[in-house]
Write a protein that binds this ligand. Sequence first.
Ligand code: AMP
Ligand code: MG
Length: 324
Amino acid sequence: MLILGIESTAHTFGIGIFDGKILADARSVYKPLKGGIHPAEAAKHHENAKEEILAKALNEAGIGLSDLDLLAYAAGPGLPPCLRVGLDFVKKLRRETKKPVVAVNHPVAHIEIAKMLTKAKDPVVLYTSGGNTQVIGYASGRYRVFGETQDIAVGNAIDTFIRETVGGYPGGPAMEHLASKGRNYIELPYVVKGMDLSFSGILTAAMEKYKRGADISDLCFSFQETCYAMLTEVTERALAHSEKKEVLLTGGVAASERLQEMISIMCKERNASAFLCPKEYSGDNGIMIAVAGFLAYRSGHRTKKLDFDSKWRVDEAEIMWMEG
Ligand code: AMP
Ligand code: MG
């Protein structure tokens, strides 16, 4: 079965082609000239990129549109103007191919590609990206959210801090580089409330300390230590409650070596296995949409109405392929 997946929820327009193996993975990433993602500009980027990315993906896979068996698209959550581009594009491809279409939940896709690549079976998932921070685990038909951020995503906090201090986007790699030179821990608010987290207070406090002259490397070091310790604490508690034996790290922030290290140490201490999604596939891409679309279709899911839902939570998506 040959599946084409379309990702367009935020900064990336991606098309992946999958048939049990990754045949093509074409992407174009919108980079804001100034400030954070501007939804209308990101959508314009996707609009301009879509045909070229499709051609690139088909060429890479060595197939034509008529060879496809199934189309999948990311239907949410995400930025409405960006989701609209993906939806309109899949509708156009459906008219041209007459093939079935499956709507995919974007976080579910992040989880499924990471599981496929790492061979994790039933993990506690730490999903940390530019727009999401959730600790997730499967239970009776759904990916349940054990804990999540109450305000901004950890990746957003990192990106904003770097943008407002040394400049540039994305902030993660720059923060990691600066943090490696930091030596002194500067106290920042560690905010874990039950199973939930908050990152906006850390951002505000770090900005204030920067303005008062604190060393940027020490601040980045402290920012990382604080945020990643919070994430590791909540993940550990989810592991204990759920009695699962695996932790899977995915989303763009999963590329952080320090976060990987903290999660790995925690897992070792609990006799659990840590799985790290390979860097190339931990950020947004079309392959993950194709993989999740394939799983849904194979287990009998049929999408009736093609639409998008910018607030579609991971725990609202029906998961039919996990039991048995
Ligand atoms: P995504 O939204 O899943 O594409 O992930 C993008 C986010 O990952 C951005 O907030 C980046 O700053 C973050 N990111 C990328 N690389 C790293 C890294 N090495 N350390 C921390 N965050 C990172
Ligand atoms: Mg994402």
